[in-house]
Design a protein around this ligand. Structure first.
Ligand code: GLN
Length: 474
């Protein structure tokens, strides 16, 4: 845990005047000066702007005004979230120099509660990847062992919190990009129900899957940040017309009487050290009074295939807008078609091009039904499987990632090996359900292992109850 305190403790200290937002910020900036060179969590450190916001918070406290639930809490933002007037690159050359004219809703909500934005974090280009090695600006290193990846695509957001550069951060999760890096860096990471958190101002990757969520050291901090960013937003047509749920209030409720699902036909692929921690998690919840029940999810083994058709299909459409006309980079050429082609050729990295080609192929006439249409049917089967499982279980536990953090370069030559990192996280995105990763001890080489808690649509409160119990047990 960060030696500078949690989201909850920092906000309480700043609001009560025990600490100034400025002093808290300076501690984090010193840590950044010491370690950012080796970690590379950030695309941009927003030093000046952060100092200004901290001063504003300290003024509010002095005047006796309410400084907000996140008073003076240093927060890092994944660099695919729009920040007004501040570079938002998606770690892609094609957006270099682009400054959005507006803030994402989640960003606005954090600011309204007194959060201090400390920087924009590195990611796999356009959030496509599981290791941050696909960033156009170089990889982020895992602060717990810099020879290893922090996971991805929100690797910078995870590393920033794990290294003590920020007390919390936001990431985005399309197929696991919050939960997997959280697991690999020993943090709590939450993917809320699709539609609980507004996607307005989140640069779109796969619009039917993308969700914003937090990284923190503690379950309580994750509950606070989720509460702050959740809630209806008329600017996002997929936003659920409901207020944010009460999550902090349920953390002490325990798991007595809860039915915890164990997936009897879990897809193979997880390492033994990870499965051992999962077993220990079931034992801990049973010890605390929960009942363990077996559930079956037979279509789970097709989730990865379906995702790698649906996500690229949506991405190929979403990324068509980067044409050298409206955003960032333009390569000058004699005619407009050459300008489009040259801009996209030099602006996108290999993985992004691979996804655009896969997606365009899957959507093309003659292949649409065989690939995209079929993938949508699998998506429906997965949702049906989950619906049956949740008739018997309140939450389900699985591993978050099949392995602990791996070493740089070990999967970069084989896209399929990289895609397999998401085998346990992708099904929930396809179903639209919430899921979160909770650190639960260590595996190989002392690296952290995350246990994933899954819940049905809007089951966040029960999910957080189980997560809080796991945290108490570990
Ligand atoms: N690793 C997955 C992918 O490459 C998930 C990414 C994400 O959740 N943004 O698509």
């Amino acid at each position: 845990m960060s030696d500078f305190g949690t989201v909850a403790s920092i906000a309480a200290d700043v609001a009560s005047g025990r600490a100034s937002a400025r002093a808290i910020l300076e501690q984090h900036l010193v840590r950044i000066d010491t370690r950012e060179g080796e970690v590379h969590a950030f695309n941009l450190v927003m030093r000046e702007r952060a100092l200004e916001s901290a001063a504003e918070i300290d003024d509010r406290v002095k005047r006796g005004d309410n400084p907000g639930r996140l008073a003076g809490v240093p927060v890092a933002l994944k660099d695919n979230m729009c920040t007004r007037g501040v570079d938002t690159t998606c770690s892609s050359r094609i957006l270099e120099g682009w400054k959005p004219p507006y803030d994402a809703t989640a960003v606005k909500k954090l600011a309204a509660e007194g959060a201090v934005f400390i920087g924009k974090t590195n990611l796999d280009e356009f959030a496509m990847g599981s290791s941050t090695e696909n960033s156009a600006f170089g990889p982020t290193r895992n602060p717990l062992d810099t020879s290893r990846v922090p996971g991805g695509s929100s690797g910078g957001s995870a590393a920033a919190v794990a290294a003590g550069f920020a007390a919390g951060s936001l990431g985005s999760d399309t197929g696991g990009s919050i939960r997997q890096p959280a697991a690999l860096c020993g943090l709590v990471g939450v993917k809320p129900t699709y539609g609980l958190v507004s996607r307005y101002g989140l640069v779109a990757f796969a619009s039917s899957l993308d969700q914003i969520g937090p990284f923190t050291h503690t379950v309580e901090d994750a509950a606070i940040l989720t509460e702050v960013i959740a809630g209806h937003d008329p600017m996002d047509s997929t936003s659920i017309p409901q207020p944010a749920p009460d999550l902090v209030g349920v953390l002490g409720a325990g798991v007595k009487g809860l039915r915890i699902g164990r997936v009897a036909d879990l897809p193979k692929g997880a390492d033994p050290d990870v499965l051992a921690r999962l077993d220990a998690a079931f034992d801990a919840l049973a010890e605390a009074g929960a009942t363990i029940v077996d559930v079956r999810l037979p279509s789970l083994s097709f989730a990865l295939t379906a995702y790698y058709l649906i996500a690229p299909a949506e991405a190929s459409s979403n990324l068509a807008r980067y044409d050298g006309v409206r955003y960032g980079k333009r390569v000058a050429a004699g005619d407009i078609n050459t300008m489009y082609a040259d801009t996209r050729e030099s602006g996108f990295g290999d993985e992004v091009k691979r996804r655009i080609m896969l997606g365009t192929y899957a959507l093309s006439a003659g292949y649409y039904d065989a690939y995209y249409g079929k993938a949508l049917k699998v998506r429906r089967l997965i949702a049906d499987d989950f619906a049956r499982a949740y008739a018997d279980a309140d939450v389900i536990l699985t591993p978050t990632s099949p392995s602990v953090a791996f070493r740089f370069g070990s999967k970069t030559d084989d896209p399929l090996a990289m895609y397999l990192c998401d085998i346990f996280t992708i099904p929930t995105n396809l179903a639209g359900h919430p899921a979160m990763s909770v650190p639960f001890g260590t595996g190989q080489d002392g690296m952290p292992v995350g246990v994933q808690v899954l819940a049905p649509t809007l089951g966040e409160a029960t999910m957080f109850r189980a997560a809080a119990e796991l945290e108490r047990a570990v």
